[in-house]
Design a protein around this ligand. Structure first.
Ligand code: SF4
Ligand code: SF4
Length: 125
């Protein structure tokens, strides 16, 4: 009888779990998600790559036609999100505050957006 009552109660209870991904999970306001360099600001100094504790930032050469005048070295950071621990050290050390931060945590999607694509798109916007 006790079991039956418990079962009946659970039929009308709100589920304790979230049906992710059909229902979005709540995100803390300060949560650290996908981030990438805004190449309209980045000066290619490499400081973020040097300071990254996971060593997942590679400095890549910008195509000549996209090289902005303020980036004399013509380099920009590309992050391998697979190894990133989202500590945001790179964000805090950047001398020109070039990192764009988001709370996007869904990195395993079928529409792959790499940090390279996101950063290069900042020069086209
Ligand atoms: S968030 Fe941390 S681990 Fe990720 S790229 Fe930046 S410094 Fe490296
Ligand atoms: S620290 Fe900032 S300015 Fe320097 S390479 Fe990284 S994003 Fe660019």
């Amino acid at each position: 009888m006790k079991l039956l009552l418990e079962a009946l109660r659970n039929v009308f209870r709100k589920p304790a779990t979230i049906e992710y991904p059909r229902v979005a999970t709540p995100i803390e306001p300060s949560s650290r998600g996908r981030h990438f360099a805004d190449l309209r600001k980045c000066i290619g100094c490499s400081l973020c790559a040097i300071e990254c504790p996971s060593k997942v930032i590679t400095m890549k050469k910008l195509p000549d036609e996209l090289k902005p005048p303020h980036n004399k070295r013509g380099l920009y950071p590309v992050i391998n999100y697979l190894g990133c621990i989202f500590c945001y050290r790179c964000v805090s050390v950047c001398p020109v505050k070039a990192y764009i931060t988001t709370d996007e945590y869904r990195l395993a999607t079928d529409s792959v957006e790499t940090s390279e694509q996101l950063s290069l798109a900042t020069l086209k916007s």
